[in-house]
Design a protein around this ligand. Sequence first.
Ligand code: GLN
Length: 246
Amino acid sequence: MDSKNLTINIAHLYPKLLNIYGDWGNVLTVKKRCEWRNIDVNIDSINIGDAIDIKKYDFYFIGGGQDQQQIAVSKELQKHKASLQDARDENAVFLAICGGYQLLGHYYLPHEGDRLEGISLLDAYTIAGDKRFIGNVTAECSFIDPSSLVGFENHSGLTYLQNDTEPLAYVKTGSGNNGADKTEGATYKNVFGTYLHGSFLPKNPHFADYLISLALHKRYKEKIELSLLDDTFENKAHEALINKKY
Ligand code: GLN
């Protein structure tokens, strides 16, 4: 299929509230890596009170944020829980970072206040821990090539995965989901959660392309080969974290 006729529609969920550490850079990465291949990208910011037309979107992104912002988004997401579960079951791609990731599970229980309900796209739950995990992370993901993923974590939440929800990766350096079971992030169907800020995708171009391929497959119901890009700078950034002495 000729790439100049391809399109991806992205819903950026609650960017005014969940966009800590420049997480919107993940949306920018998907946009640029598509445009460099003459694939059109439409991005809608979905804010509090906005409708979400799941028939329109191929790719959903939600960034990270502090507990306060998560409270507002948790409440708003409940209005869209059933339709976003339908979107997941229709193979839409979701990328969720840290606080946004926690809200795609069943719940996030902060140190203070009520439990924040999630939308159960992932069979996972999060409870606030006593320690903050802050620092660079390198991890190994079994279903991409190269298998390495790198980023920066800053969270106190401890996330535990259940049943069919698998880890995105296993940490080599850093803490990941809970600093104990060596898992980092989560995946189920085309839903991907991670604690890796940075932004995540600019330093992991191979994973960005993996997600773009999934979103195109969801929209066009066929596997579409992506043309190669010159990832010299992206790979230098990736390697710098891999080779850093921790
Ligand atoms: N408030 C959550 C935590 O501390 C998420 C933080 C974040 O998104 N960086 O675990």
